[in-house]
Design a protein around this ligand. Structure first.
Ligand code: 8OZ
Length: 372
């Protein structure tokens, strides 16, 4: 029997510890991955300001880093951080050290954008890569501002192997950089999602067509990573019905049901599910999230537009193990404390989400200590 939980009580299970794999989290509030485009220009390595931003948010049960490209080819926007050069690894180590010094835990979200990129961001001005040569109807941010993403080229089988090797190297680098774990970014219309969804994957080889074939690349990524990083410290983010970045599928329950069952068999720590349209409507399309959760042996992190009350209810009734907050964490460094006390939240300022410096990044105030 579950204990009775009072609404509006600070003793709600949202604020109680949760064991994720072999890691004890002090609460069930997760900081969602948030792209902020504030890496050092030229090196795409994190810097001291990034370290301060994450350390300020160490009260999270778990921090998931902003999406971090595994290679130059995996980059789709300017000033997002990478984890493939020595300087990037070294500077991420400063970030993880500062989060740990503040008693936090941080996973890195490993990212390959696939077709959501522009030739100006690619080595030698090459075309971005994708399962199929289909241009996305979306824009990206480059040195020259917002531009249409480029026409991609379809990956050949041996090029897929080299991307898997890049994931494995990035996982090895994650260890060297002191991350507590890895989240595989398989959401929001980036490379893994492009393989999973039949709107973006028109391949006729073993990576396209059937549900099993479309899931193959993502499962190979999970295998490549768990070969070098403990599987109890590896999770994955999914957005089954989100139309983000022009990626849609005719069979979300089927393809994600199969994918998650296979990830479960592999012993991954969690699935992190964007319910509905990323950053938008939760009810955009029918999808059975309960069935997805039931089909996975590890933890379920729910995300997308959760309020304090929704989060407490979802934890209390067992719909989720952990709740990830994006915008609320961006604008409230001490979000867990505020949720606990039911204190007012700072509103996020969208003008300073992407790029820039400390303004709208590290200057959101915490509750005054005199209130404690
Ligand atoms: C906002 C801007 C650029 C990238 C995602 C990594 O949607 C992103 C992203 C979000 O997952």
């Amino acid at each position: 029997m579950k204990p009775a939980i009072q609404a509006n009580s600070s003793s709600n299970a949202l604020f109680e510890p949760f064991t994720l794999g072999d890691l004890v989290l002090p609460n069930r509030v997760v900081m969602a991955p948030l792209t902020r485009n504030r890496a050092t220009h030229g090196t795409d390595a994190p810097n001291d300001l990034n370290a301060l931003y994450y350390a300020q948010r160490a009260g999270a049960g778990l921090i998931i880093s902003e999406a971090t490209q595994i290679s130059k080819q995996g980059q789709g926007y300017i000033w997002t951080p990478g984890l493939y050069t020595g300087a990037q690894v070294q500077h991420w180590k400063t970030v993880t050290d500062q989060v740990h010094a503040a008693h936090g835990r941080i996973f890195v979200q490993l990212w390959h954008v696939g077709r959501i990129s522009h030739t100006s961001l690619q080595a030698d001005g090459a075309a971005p890569v994708a399962p199929s040569a289909i241009q996305a109807k979306t824009k990206t941010f480059t040195e020259s501002g917002f531009v249409d993403v480029s026409m991609p080229r379809a990956l050949e089988a041996e090029q897929i192997s080299s991307i898997l090797a890049d994931y494995a190297q990035a996982a090895t680098n994650a260890k060297a950089a002191g991350f507590d774990g890895i989240e595989i970014h398989a959401a929001n219309g980036y490379l893994i999602d492009q393989f999973l969804k039949d709107g973006t994957n028109h391949r006729t080889d073993r990576y396209g067509g059937s549900v099993e074939n479309r899931a193959r690349f993502g499962l190979e990524v999970a295998d490549a990573i768990t070969h070098v990083f403990p599987k109890a410290r590896v999770g994955i983010r999914l957005s089954p019905v989100s139309p983000s970045n022009d990626a849609v599928t005719s069979d979300p329950d089927k393809v994600f049901g199969y994918f998650v069952a296979e990830l479960s068999r592999r012993g991954l720590a969690y699935i992190h599910v964007v319910e509905g349209a990323t950053g938008g409507a939760r009810d955009i399309a029918p999808f059975n999230y309960r069935a997805l959760r039931k089909g996975f042996a590890g933890a379920y992190i729910a995300n997308n537009g959760y309020t304090r009350e929704m989060a407490m209810d979802a934890i209390a009734d067992g719909a989720a193990d952990l709740i990830a907050f994006g915008k609320a964490f961006l604008s409230n460094p001490d979000l867990v404390e505020r949720l606990k006390r039911d204190a007012p939240l700072n509103a996020p300022i969208s003008e300073t989400f992407y790029g820039g410096g400390a303004e709208g990044y590290t200057d959101y105030p915490a509750l005054q200590t005199s209130l404690s």
